[in-house]
Ligand binder design. Sequence first.
Ligand code: SAM
Length: 205
Amino acid sequence: MRTRKKKHGEERLEAVSDLFLDEKPEKLEGIYLEIGCGKGNFIVGNALKYPERRYVAVERVRDVVMLAAEKVKANGLTNVRFINCDAKELCERLGECTAEVIYLNFSDPWPKARHYKRRLTYRDFLAEYAKLLCPGGKVCFKTDNAGLFEFSLSEFAEAGWKVDRVTYDLHNSEYAADNIMTEYEKNFSEKGMKIHRLEAYPPEK
Ligand SMILES: C[S@@+](CC[C@H](N)C(=O)[O-])C[C@H]1O[C@@H](n2cnc3c(N)ncnc32)[C@H](O)[C@@H]1O
């Protein structure tokens, strides 16, 4: 996601700094984790709907995660925290935390074949997610990108994950009622693009 450098960035970040997790956070069990949260619509919608859950949102672009944190603050939410890092560093950053659900929403597709290892559903990332998930925990993935979706189905299968509740048209499916839209999702679906979605469970440890 491209953003212009935000005006007064340092001051604005300072104003939301309490929403960012420490380098080595306290042990958090059963969190709901979003990777690549963008400007935060999804995490805010979820945190408002399920105030009893604890959410952690990860985003590598500082000015983008700042916008998400500002949205959380403006909504008076106390159940969301952020980490400004790359997904590659996540296990290290989260230490002993465990996740009930990991959300991947409209992850960058990296369409060039030689970049496949950067896709957030590449098998090396799946192995990291499997370490983080609680028993019975799952990844929920949605995208408009058919190529990334097919790649992901094949990576999950290759890594021995059980894929469930697959739809190629989320907004016209039985799962639509519970769906919380992201910024990209709103944009793509307004252009008539179909949203693909799946849930996936790692092999038992
Ligand atoms: C296409 S945008 C989607 C944003 C949001 N999830 C949505 O659906 O509106 C992808 C986001 O993931 C972030 N991202 C991409 N790769 C990442 C990585 N390896 N680690 C953390 N964030 C990443 C990007 O900076 C960007 O904000």
